[in-house]
Design a protein around this ligand. Structure first.
Ligand code: DP6
Length: 360
């Protein structure tokens, strides 16, 4: 089993003065949810996600050697403007990963970042943002050590991204990504995301995800706080065991293409995630009335048409509508006719399964 220590480099063969890299990294949507963590961003249970295609962060990392090596030095630009309020999160990230990237204090960095999805849409940019930054940092490490293998590059990028935001480790490489040890998935690891290694039925090819923007406001409870409330949670142990069971079942479902069974797991996972929030102490609710209106409308539509469309939720009020490619026309019509009215300013984003981060 790979341990985190294997990602601590012993020496670099090259020296690099200055330059830049630019990577895009997508968001992802979990089917089996990560909710609850141990120290060092180790997940309390394994998760699996579809990588998205259109919702991305694009980050350019410029670097120049500096004389003083005592502290981190970076500027942060978001959509071309200095963004001071994002800096503490990046500072903390750099502190966490310094042991794995010992060159960090040798450079001044300019991090120039933008998202393809609308600003403050309620879509979390932490997964795509941290993944894009981690990819850039790994490109710099590869320049310092060109011998590095691709496996090491992507595993370490995912491990670094995880230390920025857990779900970010699933935004690096592959269409379906597993994070967390799972007995039946031999390559799986608590340290980084891996491409789902078993067969995936054509039903899931180009799977569609239309994200309905129900509420764009700031969440009252951040994911980090929510994860923390799984300590001493009355249902935690059962929930963690259930995530393993659901992931096991998904292995067979991905292979057979059984969408009825897929829907059961995915919707149950979404509601269980929110049930954990409602049964935390303090308890909280991130769904909004329109979240429930949408869920009920999807159930009614599915019952009437037998079209295998389902929903999932992340830690917020927005609804991800998931459906196979060959139902796109009908489902989009349904969304336009019946669901858009529940979206804030009628906004929704059409996305689908994608491949992961890309060097630009
Ligand atoms: C509900 O990855 O945002 O989306 O590790 O504290 O940054 P941190 O949490 P984060 O949690 C995501 C939780 C989730 C489920 C999931 O993506 O698996």
């Amino acid at each position: 089993m790979i341990t985190a220590n294997e990602f601590i480099p012993s020496h670099y063969t090259q020296s690099v003065e200055s330059g830049f890299f630019q990577w895009s990294a997508p968001s992802n949507i979990a089917l089996v949810k990560y909710w609850g963590k141990k120290d060092n961003q180790i997940p309390a249970n394994p998760s699996v996600s579809f990588t998205l295609n259109n919702c991305k962060t694009i980050t350019k990392l410029a670097f120049a050697k500096k004389d003083n090596h005592a502290s981190f030095s970076f500027d942060l630009l978001f959509e071309g403007q200095t963004k001071e309020d994002f800096k503490p999160k990046i500072q903390k990230f750099l502190e966490r990963i310094e042991i794995y990237l010992p060159f960090l204090k040798d450079y001044h960095f300019t991090i120039d970042t933008e998202n393809t999805f609308p600003h403050s849409s309620g879509i979390a940019s932490s997964a795509s943002g941290m993944a894009a930054l981690a990819m850039n940092l790994m490109s710099l490490e590869k320049a310092l050590n060109p011998e590095m293998t691709d496996d090491y590059f992507f595993q370490k990028a995912s491990m670094l991204a995880r230390l920025g935001s857990g779900s970010a480790c699933r935004s690096v490489k592959g269409q379906v990504v597993v994070w967390g040890n799972q007995a039946n998935i031999p390559t799986s690891s608590d340290l980084f995301g891996v491409e789902f290694p078993h067969a995936i039925h054509d039903n899931f090819k180009n799977y569609q995800d239309t994200i309905l923007l129900v509420d764009k406001g700031e969440k009252q409870v951040s994911s980090t706080v929510g994860h923390d409330l799984m300590h001493d949670h009355p249902f935690a142990e059962r929930r963690f065991a259930q995530a393993h069971e659901n992931l096991d079942q998904l292995i067979a479902i991905f292979e057979s293409g059984n969408l009825e069974e897929f829907i059961k797991i995915v919707e149950s996972e979404a509601l269980t995630l929110h049930a954990m929030m409602m049964t935390s102490m303090p308890y909280f609710i991130l769904m909004k009335p329109n979240t429930l209106q949408i869920i009920n409308a999807i159930w009614k539509f599915r019952n009437e048409t037998k079209i295998p469309v389902c929903f999932t939720l992340d830690a917020g009020a927005n609804v991800h509508v998931l459906y196979p490619e060959n139902t796109t026309e009908k489902v989009l019509q349904f969304i336009k006719d019946e669901l858009v009215g529940y979206c804030q300013n009628g906004q929704y984003i059409c996305d689908k399964i994608g491949n992961g981060a890309v060097l630009i």
